[in-house]
Design a protein around this ligand. Structure first.
Ligand SMILES: Nc1ncnc2c1ncn2[C@@H]1O[C@H](COP(=O)(O)OP(=O)(O)OP(=O)(O)O)[C@@H](O)[C@H]1O
Length: 238
């Protein structure tokens, strides 16, 4: 089940941040929402997660309309925010158990799901460690595992590698690509870093609030590198 966005617009007062944004992120695919600073990525994530709403446009999460069925739509969504959101004084398992409880999961069911989610991110052996003791990459992996506990159909990640070193960035990018082996999962990954995108990934290029291109990365960039293509698309006068 996919994520569908149709004709979505949003303004901050007179400032148009998103203009008739339309795209689909498909299940079993890693879709990179690629855009330079100020493109509107955070605004789009704010609308997808219902931090704020727009009177214009439609967002469908795994077939559920976010406006008319927000609970059902949000139940299908896992979210990894740009800012770190673990409680540093709790262990990894305690952080995830707390989140599971918020989703009405407890006891053996919660424990099984938590173990499975941690295992998917190669974090099971760190379950007993305090979040404070983890490096930035492992904290992020714990957050991604946490976002998977309720078995969402759509996983949203807003610039998840910000502040991480190159090795941690590569590890997380690989782990999340591996998650899409699960054909039921749709991943939308916001970034301005083209080296996080593989040739076979879908790209949604957002620039100055508008979708400029969509399609597999390798088809969009042709003989150019993705980085050169991205710069050519976003540095030219609009
Ligand atoms: N609260 C706000 N009030 C007015 N304008 C805003 C506000 N938040 C964002 N904007 C503007 O909306 C546009 C889109 O911003 P947004 O933060 O969504 O972009 P972004 O792609 O997430 O950029 P970044 O990578 O820098 O976070 C920008 O022109 C920005 O200046």
């Amino acid at each position: 089940m996919s994520l569908k966005v149709s004709d979505l617009s949003f303004s901050y007062g007179p400032k148009r941040a998103l203009d008739a944004v339309t795209f689909e992120a498909r299940s079993g695919k890693f879709t990179a929402l690629l855009g330079p600073n100020g493109a509107g990525k955070s605004t789009l994530f704010g609308l997808l997660t219902r931090l704020f709403t727009s009177p214009q446009g439609v967002i469908e999460v795994a077939g559920q309309d976010l406006r008319s069925a927000p609970r059902a739509a949000l139940a299908q969504m896992g979210i990894v925010f740009q800012q770190q959101t673990l409680d540093l004084d709790l262990t990894v398992r305690q952080n995830l158990t707390y989140f599971a409880a918020l989703h009405g999961l407890s006891g053996r069911d919660a424990r099984t799901r938590i173990d499975a989610a941690l295992d998917r991110l190669s974090m099971l052996e760190r379950a007993h460690e305090k979040a404070r003791a983890l490096n930035g990459g492992h904290r992020r992996r714990a957050e991604i595992a946490r976002a998977l506990i309720h078995q969402p159909k759509v996983l949203l990640l807003d610039e998840p590698t910000v502040g991480l070193d190159a090795a941690a960035r590569a590890a997380i990018t690989t782990h999340v690509h591996d998650l899409t082996q699960d054909h039921a999962l749709t991943v939308l990954w916001a970034t301005h870093l083209t080296d996080e995108v593989l040739p076979d990934d879908d790209v949604v290029l957002l620039h100055q609030g508008r979708i400029r291109a969509t399609g597999p990365a390798q088809d969009l960039c042709g003989t150019q590198t993705l980085k050169d293509w991205f710069l050519s698309q976003t540095q030219a006068p609009a």
